[in-house]
Design a protein. Structure first.
Length: 152
């Protein structure tokens, strides 16, 4: 029912997302999940996290409630935002929601808005990249791919 996703049910969707994740991510890859990991119980969070390859970090989303639960599920870090320097004068800000007042010299990789577009009257869209599953074909993206695609 969300975003008109092309799956007959959530089981089919979950299997597809797990398959695409594990085809893309190795056990040695560092992965930053940008929030809203899954709906449901603590058992669901642990069940799904254990099926996914990689060294997992989560940037907490509006549906992610307890940091301790994600650490128990195997996430190494649980933060609201993460910043990476990537060039002499640039930084990448990872967040769940797009950051409206983006600091000078930052670009923002985010989720939250699903298939929606950012309003170009509010956001300098060149400085943003939406990794909601609907925008990345339900397949994780390498940071280098995003940087190249955006021309950052």
């Amino acid at each position: 029912e969300y975003s008109n996703r092309p799956f007959k049910d959530t089981d089919e969707m979950d299997k597809y997302i797990i398959q695409k994740w594990n085809e893309t991510i190795t056990d040695n890859d560092e992965v930053y999940f940008l929030g809203d990991f899954c709906f449901g119980s603590a058992e669901n969070i642990i069940k799904y996290a254990k099926q996914l390859n990689g060294i997992k970090h989560i940037v907490m989303g509006n549906h992610d409630r307890k940091k301790t639960l994600y650490r128990d599920a195997g996430f190494i870090t649980t933060e609201k935002r993460v910043v990476f320097p990537y060039a002499m004068d640039k930084q990448i800000l990872l967040s769940h929601k797009p950051i409206i007042d983006l600091p000078e010299g930052c670009v923002n990789i985010h989720g939250h808005i699903h298939e929606k577009e950012l309003d170009p009257l509010i956001f300098d869209t060149h400085n943003y990249y939406n990794v909601s599953v609907e925008n990345i074909n339900y397949t994780p993206k390498l940071l280098q791919e995003i940087i190249k695609e955006k021309g950052w």
